[in-house]
Design a protein. Structure first.
Length: 267
């Protein structure tokens, strides 16, 4: 959402919000709604739907206020029209789990982890994956997928309480990066075959040292620098290892894979 608040003249992976538009319905973002009335075949009153929606008590879909009039020729190549993520019918839990799960495990955090893991990780049983920010919404999902696939999991977190939480997810090695350095832990417990990065900066720099040749780093986010002024951002010291080890460093966003995997995610 924050990325959509940037100046429209700055290129990125997604469209912006419409500057000056009458956002009488407030912010537009991921949300869960229940259908009260429908004129669309296949969508019934009482259905739950998840996707891009104005955050308001009652909404008419598809929404129009604040919607970008998307013309690919007017945006940078591969810019995704975020308003195209229309609401999709999702299962009614019927009391099996709280609706709030659609804001976490069954929402954007879980979907991000699911799409990225299934599309890009390509690890085999016995491989080692390092997950930075392992206690985050996305990181904790990736930890669990990795264990289900038989991987050894190393995870970094930012507090002792989070260490215990991620250990409860069956991660093999969990450390508080504020007490132990990335380098020391990874040198002891590596080598690493896949790096799932939510942090960037020092975490990425240390991972480049322990990744085996021809392995991969999947860049999901860079929380260490996304709000940091450019002049204060951490500068990589080990970027030359990308060439020497022939590493595949791959960023991704949800729109790349959502149409391919969304139905499978909701199964």
């Amino acid at each position: 959402m924050r990325e959509r608040m940037r100046d429209p003249s700055i290129d990125s992976y997604t469209t912006t919000f419409t500057v000056g538009a009458p956002h009488v319905s407030g912010i537009i973002g991921p949300g869960l709604v229940v259908v009260l009335r429908s004129e669309i075949e296949g969508i019934q009153p009482g259905d739950y739907m998840y996707g891009q929606t104005p955050w308001e008590a009652y909404t008419v879909q598809p929404y129009f206020e604040g919607r970008v009039a998307f013309d690919p020729k007017e945006w940078a190549p591969h810019t995704f029209d975020m308003d195209s993520l229309a609401l999709q019918v999702v299962p009614d839990p019927k009391g099996l789990y709280p609706l709030s799960k659609y804001m976490s495990l069954l929402g954007i955090p879980g979907l991000t982890g699911f799409l990225g893991f299934n599309s890009l990780v390509e690890a085999k049983t016995g491989d080692t994956i390092f997950v930075s920010s392992g206690a985050s919404g996305v990181g904790s999902v990736v930890v669990q997928f990795a264990k289900l696939e038989g991987l050894k999991v190393i995870a970094s977190v930012g507090s002792d309480a989070k260490v215990e939480y991620v250990r409860s997810l069956s991660a093999d090695v969990v450390f508080n990066y504020k007490k132990e350095s990335y380098e020391s832990v990874l040198q002891r417990h590596g080598p690493v075959h896949v790096f799932w990065d939510n942090v960037g900066g020092e975490a990425l720099d240390a991972a480049l040292e322990v990744l085996v040749p021809m392995s991969r780093a999947i860049i999901c986010w860079a929380s260490s620098s996304d709000s940091t002024p450019p002049e204060k951002r951490f500068r990589l010291k080990n970027s030359y290892l990308i060439m020497k080890k022939r590493l595949d460093v791959r960023g991704f966003t949800i729109p790349e894979f959502i149409h391919q995997y969304f139905d499978k995610f909701m199964e």
